[in-house]
Design a protein. Sequence first.
Length: 140
Amino acid sequence: MDAEQLVALLVEDVWNGQGNQAGSLIDPSCPGLDGTGPDAVVAWHLDRRTAFPDLRYEVVSVVVSASNAAVRWRAQGHHKGTFGPVPATGRPVSYEGASFLTFRQGRLVDVWSVNDLFGLVHQLGAQVVPPNLDLLADDG
């Protein structure tokens, strides 16, 4: 299976599904929620779906090499559970991001993602308040 096929299967089975094929897609060294390996990666996505149970990722574009992939994606769902400190609002959300994946011997070994969480929080009607920068000032 080439990198593009791995990305498609990973998005469908792990990001949008229950991770039934995670054991064959994800290396034990891959970081996830509170640990590493297939279970930890699936746990991260299942945790996100406690707040957004119908969350679905759509691949917008993919650029691949033999062992790496850059995936631009869009996610949509409804806020039905607590997300950080924000209680369920029922509001629809849509946000975008990009994930950079590294594969070794046909399995995912690393993921690094960037996304518009400020935009997501704004859609929930919450505010992101910056820290008091006076506390960070140098006394010297």
